[in-house]
Each structure stands twice: as C-alpha cells, then as structure tokens.
Ligand binder design. Structure first.
Ligand SMILES: [Zn+2]
Length: 131
C-alpha cells in the first residue's frame, strides 16, 4: 500500500517508474501498468522515488490497484502485462491512456504526450498532468 511504498522509497534516487517495476518493491507491476498507474496518479515517471510524498504514494497505490483490476476485467488473468501471442497489448490496449501514445494528445488535457527512457524501456507521460 501507499505507506509501504513511501517507507520503502526513502533515500532512493531511482526514477519512480523503475522503483515500482522493481520486483523487490511491487511484484508484477509490468511496463504497461506502471505507465498507466503513474498517469492516473499524476506522477511524473522520472521523478526520484525518494522525493514523493506519502499522500502521493497513497494515490499511486490506489491507481496501481485500479489499473490491475481494469486489466483483469478486460481479459488479463495475471498481474503481468497482458499481451497477445504477437507481443502486442491485448483488449486492454483499447483503454490505455499513455502507453504507446507518445506524440498523441493526452486524454485528459490534450497536451502532446512525451516519452522518456528508463533502462531499456520507453515511458510515455503527459508533461502537464504528471509532475
Ligand atoms: Zn494531460
């Protein structure tokens, strides 16, 4: 939950996106779910994990749960990223807000979504809605 994420993140300089994808932190938050959860919580994916307040981690924990529940409803049966045999996101893709949408308008404010790299992966986010 949010309190646990907050306690666990103190003193960490790693980007919050990498922090929540670390299996030592939250088991099973895949790349797609991490991006969607950060968007829902309004948190910039590159923000240092140790510089996010308890209140914002509580929002993030709620967002992760909401995104996972939505994905499972849409056909995923696992907490890993739900992908089809071709490696593409499945039906859940139809409800994605930011994943794979860099350069397209934000569904909330219509600003163009941007992308940053975290390790090997690209992360899409809204520069207006996510701080
Ligand atoms: Zn936006």
């Amino acid at each position: 939950d949010g309190d646990w994420l907050f306690a666990r993140s103190r003193g960490r300089k790693v980007a919050v996106k990498s922090f929540i994808m670390d299996n030592a932190t939250v088991v099973g938050v895949g790349n797609i779910y991490a991006q969607e959860s950060l968007f829902l919580a309004g948190i910039h994916p590159s923000r240092a994990a140790g510089r996010i307040s308890r209140e914002r981690y509580q929002r993030l924990a709620g967002a992760i749960k909401a995104v996972l529940a939505r994905a499972i409803e849409a056909g995923g049966t696992t907490l890993k990223d739900f992908t089809s045999a071709e490696g593409q996101p499945g039906y859940f893709a139809q409800s994605l807000s930011v994943y794979g949408r860099a350069g397209l308008p934000c569904p909330q404010c219509a600003s163009l979504l941007k992308a940053d790299r975290h390790g090997q992966r690209s992360t899409s986010y809204c520069p207006q809605c996510q701080r």
